[in-house]
Design a protein around this ligand. Structure first.
Ligand code: ADQ
Length: 466
């Protein structure tokens, strides 16, 4: 087995990976099995001109190497091209996208700098796995430096349709840089189709069977690898004695209250205002749920330096205040809004105690919360997942109640249907969903991707290995 070199925006602390969730565990497992290096940003920002030396730590056969960003890289590469340009474009939000040459130049430059650091770490037989939109051109920067090892790229967020992508200046350069990889992985068939439709329209790609694509002298394999969760572990956490206690105390505090749970980063892609409006609509259309159901929305702030995130936070606070003012009373708060991160064992217990998992992004690569909610349920008396059709997860989790998050009435009616759903139907749906989530967990995702990468045809193989 080849040694593995992973590059992603942030690097997990492998000594506490269980707490940080499934992705870190699965990538960590692959690194431990093969030995290897995990490279990424340290999270630190140094003033321009200050030294940006890498920090290296090793645990058994795995080394993590992290570098700080300079102030201008942080503003133009990270908060610029990554968060203000690519994130909105890939979430179909051209209205929020900002285009600037300074952002683009910094994005190129930072990826080139990372490539120079990674090249120093490579051994001839390594395989490389690069993650997500921050690092799209990292592969081509490595190739420019003569790196011939197999390199795979996985996009965690949606790949937008051509009509949106082509509004981005330099989109040809961006997509062309994907052809430096030997394998590109997407979350869903829709994303892969969008990628292929873009290439088809550009007209310089030959399409071979099994999603092998030829462009110039480069061959690339494209595939769908839906990311999963560490399902066994999360179910275990949800049913630990500690969780039992949390669930019990929640029941004692609010006997008979039907809890609807939403858990997200506070991001405009997650459909939070639409969700609160749909809950309000439920109270209008079905007044029997007044005093009887509450929406608990846990929204962890992120990217607070970006205006669009300040706006979404203010909108959510305004909406929550308005609905609580209109319907709330001394005994009942319609919307409980918790503006912070919650520890994973508490989160798992809250999922288990909730009658509905309400996951209604307006666009999402996959959405792991949907999967976590399902496996946290008690199989004999489970809650119901209400899931947006615009989450990647909806492509496979078809036994959820699938909704259009923009259709307030439809979501409100789905909430009502979920709240009155008979136990036998809830069990049936939960069983079907749980089976899929268990069969396609994060370990399978990791193994499938790396197996496909090792078997991908590559035009970069050094002559003596071909
Ligand atoms: P995210 O956009 O961050 O991920 P998601 O897939 O839902 O979205 O994962 C979030 C994770 O953070 C989940 O494990 C969730 O439990 C946790 N989390 C969210 N809010 C939290 C809070 N307030 N407190 C504690 N934990 C919280 C990106 C893409 C997704 C894709 C993933 C993985 O945007 O579409 O599914 O990567 O590929």
């Amino acid at each position: 087995m080849s040694r593995l070199v992973v590059a992603s925006n942030r690097v997990a602390d492998l000594s506490v990976a269980k707490q940080s969730g499934g992705l870190a565990v699965a990538v960590g497992e692959a690194l431990r099995q093969r030995g290897g290096v995990w490279f990424g940003w340290s999270g630190d920002v140094v003033e321009d001109g200050e030294p940006d030396v890498p920090t290296t730590t090793s645990l058994d056969n795995v080394t993590t190497v992290t570098v700080p960003l300079s102030r201008s890289e942080f503003e133009n590469y990270y908060h610029g091209f990554a968060n203000r340009t690519l994130w909105p474009v890939c979430h179909y939000r051209l209205d929020l996208a900002e285009f600037s040459n300074e952002f683009l130049e910094s994005y190129r430059h930072t990826n080139a700098r990372f490539a120079a650091e990674i090249e120093k770490l490579l051994l001839p037989d390594d395989i490389l796995w690069i993650h997500d939109f921050h690092l799209i051109p990292l592969g081509s920067e490595l190739r420019k430096r003569g790196v011939t090892q197999r390199i795979g790229f996985f996009l965690h967020i949606p790949f937008p349709p051509i009509e949106i992508l082509t509004a981005t200046p330099e989109h040809e350069w961006l997509i062309d840089s994907i052809f430096a990889y030997d394998l590109v992985g997407f979350q869903t068939q829709t994303d892969l189709n969008n990628f292929k439709r873009y290439l088809l329209q550009l007209g310089n790609t030959t399409f071979l069977p099994l999603d092998r694509l030829i462009c110039g002298d480069r061959e690339l394999t494209a595939g769908v690898f839906p990311v999963g969760i560490d399902a066994d572990h999360f179910a275990e956490v949800a049913h630990s004695p500690q969780s039992d206690r949390i669930v019990e105390s929640m029941k004692v505090r609010d006997p008979g209250l039907a809890l609807i749970i939403g858990v997200d980063r506070l991001d405009y892609s997650k459909g939070l205002p639409e969700r609160v409006r749909a809950f309000e609509r439920l109270l209008e259309l079905h007044p029997e749920w007044r005093n009887a159901a509450s929406l608990m929305q846990v929204a962890q702030p992120t990217r607070e330096d970006v205006d669009a995130y300040v706006d979404i936070r203010e909108e959510l606070e305004r909406l929550t205040g308005a609905i609580n003012g209109r319907y709330g009373n001394f005994d009942w708060t319609p919307v409980r809004y918790i503006n912070r991160s919650v520890e994973r064992d508490r989160l798992a217990a809250i999922f288990r105690a909730s009658r509905i998992g309400l996951v209604t992004p307006v666009r999402d690569g996959m959405n792991l919360v949907a999967k976590e909610y399902v496996v946290a349920q008690d199989p004999d008396d489970p809650g119901v997942l209400v899931l947006s059709k615009f989450a990647g997860a909806a492509e496979t989790l078809t036994e959820a109640l699938i909704v259009n998050p923009f259709d307030t009435d439809e979501v409100a009616e789905a909430l009502h249907a979920a709240l009155i759903m008979h136990q036998s139907e809830r069990k049936h749906r939960n069983y079907a969903l749980r089976t899929k989530i268990n069969n396609f967990d994060v370990f399978k995702w990791q193994k499938d991707f790396l197996t496909a990468l090792e078997h991908s045809r590559t035009s970069y193989l050094i002559p003596e290995r071909t």
